[in-house]
Each structure stands twice: as C-alpha cells, then as structure tokens.
Design a protein around this ligand. Structure first.
Ligand SMILES: CC(=O)N[C@H]1[C@@H](OP(=O)(O)OP(=O)(O)OC[C@H]2O[C@@H](n3ccc(=O)[nH]c3=O)[C@H](O)[C@@H]2O)O[C@H](CO)[C@@H](O)[C@@H]1O
Ligand SMILES: C=C(OP(=O)(O)O)C(=O)O
Length: 470
C-alpha cells in the first residue's frame, strides 16, 4: 500500500450538534478500551425489578453503513453518536487497512479517506462481521476495482451476496467470485455507469452497497424493491448531506443521480432501534417500568404494537423520551402471548425475534414465531430450553409454550452463539429464578454498547466476570 498523506484530523471540542429529529444531544460516551471478552461471562441473578432511565446508543447497523459510506467522500467526514462496540472497531480497522485515517473517541469518529490506496480490505477483519462487505460499493465506484472477501456476521443462515454481485453488474462492473473473494472491475478501467436493477428481495446490505456505488456512478440509477429500513434511510441522509442525490429512501424505489465526488459531511447517527427494542423486552420480561431516550417510535411501531397488545403501556414523557410500563399485576397475572412473524421493515424486525421469544416463554398461552428473513435464526431456542423454556421448532417456525402454572425459567449455564441469541439469553436470565451464566460475550459485544452497565443502572443484578475467577 502506498504511503498515506498526513492531513491532521482533529476531533473538535465544540459542543455536539443535536440529533435533528429528536432535538436533543446524543449521549457522550467515554473513550475506553474494553478488555478481551473471550474469557469472560455474564452472571445474572434473576428477579430484580428495573426502574429509572436508560440512554440508547447510536445504531450499529446505521453507523457501520455510514462508516463504509465515508469511503465515497473526499476530506474528513465527522460522525457523531457512533456506538463503542466491537463491530465499529472492526469497521474502523478495515478502513485503516485500506489507507483511511480514522480517529475515534467518545462517540465521535472522524474518517479521512483521501489516502486510500488499497482496494482489498483485510480478510480477517471481514470475517468478523457482515457490514465490512459493504465497502465493495464505494471501492468499485471510486477506484474502478475492488477485491472483497466474503463476509462473516451472525451465523443465522446462508447469507449469499448474489444481489450485490448482480446489482454491480447492472452498473457496468465485471464481477467474479474467486476463492471466496468477490473481484470487481469496471469496463476499461472507467467508472460505474447508472443503470436499473430490481432486487429480488429487499436486502438491507445490497441496497446500501448499491446506493453508495450508484452515488458515484455516471448517470442515473434506479433501484427497485429496495430495503426500507431506517438504517437505509440514514445512509441516504448521510450521502445526501455529502452532496449525493438519492431520492426515495424509505420507499421501495431509489433514484440516484451519480456525482463525480462527494464531500465531507458532519453527521449524527440515528438511535439504535434494536437496542431500544431489547430494553423494551427487558421491561416486559421483568414486569418493570422505566424510560429510555432517544427513541424514534416510528422505527419500532411493529414492536410497540405487539407489546401494547400484550398489555404494556407506552408513554412519550418528552420529545424522544419513551416510558414503558410493563406491570402484569395490573392485568391479573402475566402478559398474554402473541404471534410474531419477522420481515423487512416495517414488519417485525428479525433482529428482535430471539429477544421477543424469550419474553413469550413467560407469557400466558402459546405463541407462534415465524422467522421469515433468515432461514437459520433459531440458535437461541436450544439455550432458552436449557433455562426451562418449552419451545418446539419446525424449520423456521417455533411454537412457544407460555408459562405453565408453578413453572418459570430457572438459571443455568448457557452460551451466546450469535449477537441476538446473547441478548435473548440476557433477557431470559433477568426473569429466571436463580443464577444464569452466559458465555460467548464477544457476540454480545459486537452490537451492544455497555449492555450490562445499562441494565445495572436500572437495578439488574448482572456482572461481567472472568471465567477463570469462578
Ligand atoms: C450489518 C447489517 O446491517 N446487518 C443487518 C442487515 O443484514 P443483511 O444486510 O445481511 O441482511 P439482508 O437484508 O441482506 O438479508 C435478508 C435476506 O436476504 C437474503 N439475501 C441477501 C443478500 C443477497 O445478496 N442475497 C440474498 O438472498 C439473505 O440471505 C436474507 O435471507 O439486515 C438484516 C435484516 O434486517 C439484519 O438482520 C442485520 O442486522
Ligand atoms: C444479524 C445481525 O448483524 P450482522 O448482520 O452484522 O450479522 C444483527 O445485528 O442482529
């Protein structure tokens, strides 16, 4: 890799801008280096009631896509409300190995990608998560070539990349898969050209990758059947702030007018709806009442609808501040079970399915959970069963038998094999009788910023311990 020019990048000491749609400043986090988590476990003494207030971090999936998007921009992009999670650190490492200069501290990240000289990100980093693959779009658009290894990410299904490949071909790239790497070049070394592409499925990652690529293509691109997730809308907002022309974000069709270059934006990442949803389930499963902010309720309407129907009460106490009261005694016992089918936004998010299943194990009556996004997202079932849950799985559908008279979840030793399985087990542990020990924290740390501290601050008895110390 060629040497990197050295424009100094400084994190400004000026006050952070407000998150426009919420009119409040994002939380300030302290710059910390976490200790390795492979030899750690979470120990939860279940049964505590939760109360108080909790801050929601910036969205993992939005921050990761926007970090990839900084490769489209000249100059220094300044991002706020970026969560301090291991996936973000992996993405920062990917950008650095490409030649970008990145500084991160306290939720602020500054990326300056003018010095990027490599078009092949580090395979080891790519294997740690899914979003690293999204750099394929900016790299091919900006440099006319890219070599990107197939990504990792949660082991929840086959997760092919055909839509990325075919979409880039529709923009004029020649794309081949060789030795588990996607190799893309543009014809005659020229850039991408605008084109039309219909996604067979509204894939979030493919939509984001193609949106970034098309923003630097020559001419107009029309992408149909695209993902409508809030994180896709956030990436479009980032690109438009940088001078791109992306129209239609949040609808099923994107019209993108390519630009020669995009310039240094300053940007605030949206709050993490999956973290907020996880904490809503924490309130429900412990029969508690607490508030959280910032939350964008429209990002969570399918979740709020389900929990409301089960008996939870939601109140907006101030702008961006949401209170959840989940006190089953008001309903004469436990919450009523309900069915869940996951799907693309605005349908119920797959990233909250395992957490919701934990709640359903203590609800009244049986519930059916259909996982329609990822064919293999049932890893949590076996671990929930170890805690005493009664669940039967057939393919991607689970029948969850609710709480039986006199039987509740009971603490045990369980393992998080993916991110949301980990969250589901934490929630089940909060409700279980006795002690739950959870291994596999590296998965939880990929996507939750300080989850145990946030739960502790609400009154949960949850501690991170070294495995060797027990
Ligand atoms: C980093 C990131 O943002 N991750 C999120 C993103 O993952 P990700 O972008 O991987 O999810 P997709 O929306 O692409 O996947 C949805 C479905 O589309 C399929 N598919 C996808 C691409 C492709 O080329 N071909 C294909 O068949 C997948 O196998 C899956 O069955 O959206 C998911 C769905 O909301 C979330 O669970 C993840 O948290
Ligand atoms: C599936 C997830 O992440 P990834 O796409 O990075 O595997 C998730 O956040 O639940």
């Amino acid at each position: 890799m060629a040497s990197i020019p050295n424009p100094s990048i400084h994190l400004s000491k000026s006050p952070k801008p407000t998150f426009t749609s919420l009119q409040r400043a994002p939380p300030l986090t302290i710059c910390t280096l976490k200790s390795p988590n492979s030899d750690q476990k979470l120990v939860i003494h279940g049964g505590s009631k939760l109360s108080g207030h909790v801050e929601i971090s910036g969205s993992k999936n939005s921050a990761l896509a926007v970090l990839a998007g900084t490769l489209c921009c000249s100059g220094a992009s300044k991002l706020h409300n970026v969560p301090d999670i291991s996936d973000v650190r992996t993405m920062v490492s990917i950008l650095r190995t490409l030649g970008a200069r990145v500084e991160m501290c306290g939720g602020e990240v500054v990326v300056e990608s003018d010095g990027v000289r490599s078009v092949e990100p580090c395979c080891d980093e790519l294997r740690k998560m899914r979003a690293g693959f999204f750099v394929l779009g900016p790299l091919i658009a900006r440099f006319g070539e890219a070599v990107v290894a197939l990504p990792g990410g949660c082991d929840i299904g086959s997760r092919p990349v055909d839509l990325f490949v075919n979409g880039l071909r529709a923009l004029g790239a020649v794309v081949e898969l060789r030795q588990r790497k996607v190799e893309a070049v543009t014809a005659n070394g020229k850039g991408l050209v605008g084109g039309r592409f219909h996604l067979d499925y509204p894939s979030v990652g493919a939509t984001e990758t193609l949106m970034m690529a098309a923003s630097l293509a020559d001419g107009v691109t029309v992408l149909s059947n695209v993902a409508k997730e809030p994180e896709v809308v956030d990436l479009a907002r980032f690109l438009n702030n940088s001078g791109a022309s992306v129209e239609g974000a949040g609808s099923g069709t994107l019209v993108i007018n390519g630009r020669k270059r995009l310039l240094v934006p300053e940007f605030i990442v949206i709050p993490d709806r999956i973290e907020a949803g996880t904490l809503m389930v924490a309130a429900s499963i412990t029969g508690s009442c607490f508030s959280m902010s910032p939350v964008v309720p429209s990002h969570l309407s399918s979740v709020i609808d389900k929990l409301s129907a089960a008996g939870c009460k939601f109140k907006h106490t101030s702008f961006g501040n949401l209170e959840i009261a989940a006190i089953p005694s008001m309903l004469g016992g436990n919450f009523q079970g309900f069915d869940v089918t996951t799907g693309p936004f605005p349908t119920f998010p797959t990233d909250l399915q395992p957490q919701m299943m934990a709640l359903l194990t203590i609800c009244k009556g049986s519930s059916i959970v259909k996982e329609s996004v990822f064919e293999g997202r049932m890893n949590h079932v076996r671990e929930l069963q170890k805690l005493g849950a009664r669940i039967k799985v057939c393919g991607s559908t689970a029948l969850v038998y609710g709480k039986q008279k006199g039987r509740s979840l009971r603490g045990s030793h369980v393992v998080a094999s993916d991110l949301r399985t980990g969250a589901s087990l934490v929630l089940a542990g909060l409700a279980a009788e006795g002690i739950t020990e959870i291994d596999g924290l590296s998965h939880i740390d990929r996507g939750y910023e300080n989850l145990e501290f946030k739960l502790q601050s609400l009154g949960a008895d949850i501690r991170r311990r070294s495995i060797t110390s027990s």
